[in-house]
Design a protein around this ligand. Structure first.
Ligand SMILES: Nc1ncnc2c1ncn2[C@@H]1O[C@H](COP(=O)(O)OP(=O)(O)O)[C@@H](O)[C@H]1O
Ligand SMILES: [Mg+2]
Length: 215
């Protein structure tokens, strides 16, 4: 009961935090660009007959602001639920993430199909954090990412990320891994960390779940 109480509390907490982040991003990003665009358009209206050259300059500025607003909205949407995850599922989304990393990531995926959207989202978020850590903190040359699902015991999604870096990863030293642990906890999932000083680092995550659609 204690465990349920805690994970439910975390679920409410982390969705509130996520909402605040989205609100902040919208406010500082797209909203600010659109305000600037509105002001440019107002100035253009006043200038267009009197000073057409200046008006033309301001049109270019307004167009730039609209392009930036669009980019920011796209990035925001991608951060909430990337299109590749929505369209192609966890395996392909993880492969796309791995390709974007600065160090080589060997990916091995064996999944029977799609999983409930919140599970895919949490797993993707976890893979992203752990890969980013390997690139940022480990000084690793290689990373191995293994994602598979077993039907045994009611179904379990297992994600293992290993890097050949310096080790010493510690949940207490940052907020990323602790955030992953909390988010997985919402599905009764767990994160296990093995990272002795000198390396290697191996992070294993398990989420009990069953596929929703066959591949
Ligand atoms: N793969 C890794 N190799 C070595 N150290 C790591 C690795 N991942 C995490 N760490 C260490 O553990 C700390 C906690 O990680 P994390 O919670 O993700 O925090 P951060 O926000 O600093 O990335 C990091 O600050 C870093 O010192
Ligand atoms: Mg981190």
């Amino acid at each position: 009961v204690e465990q349920l109480y805690e994970t439910r509390h975390d679920a409410v907490d982390s969705s509130a935090a996520e909402l605040r982040r989205i609100e902040r991003d919208l406010h500082d990003g797209a909203q600010a660009r659109l305000v600037a665009m509105g002001m440019s358009l107002g100035a253009i209206e006043a200038l267009v007959e009197r000073d057409p050259a200046r008006a033309k300059e301001m049109i270019a500025q307004a167009r730039e602001n609209s392009a930036e607003a669009l980019t920011e909205l796209r990035d925001l949407v991608r951060g909430i639920h990337p299109p590749v995850l929505a369209e192609r599922g966890l395996g392909d989304a993880a492969k796309a993430l791995a390709l974007r990393m600065a160090i080589p990531v060997e990916v091995d995926v064996d999944l029977p199909g799609r999983f409930p959207e919140p599970v895919e989202s949490a797993a993707y978020f976890a893979v992203s954090e752990v890969l980013t850590n390997a690139a940022k903190h480990a000084g690793a040359e290689r990373v191995w990412l293994d994602i598979h699902h077993t039907a045994a015991d009611g179904g379990m999604l297992r994600i293992a990320v290993t890097d050949d870096g310096r080790g010493g990863a510690d949940l207490a030293k940052g907020s990323g891994l602790a955030g992953v642990e909390r988010r997985l906890g919402q599905f009764d999932g767990i994160l296990a960390l093995n990272s002795p000083p000198g390396g290697p680092t191996m992070i294993t995550m398990e989420i009990p779940c069953r596929p929703t659609k066959p591949a």
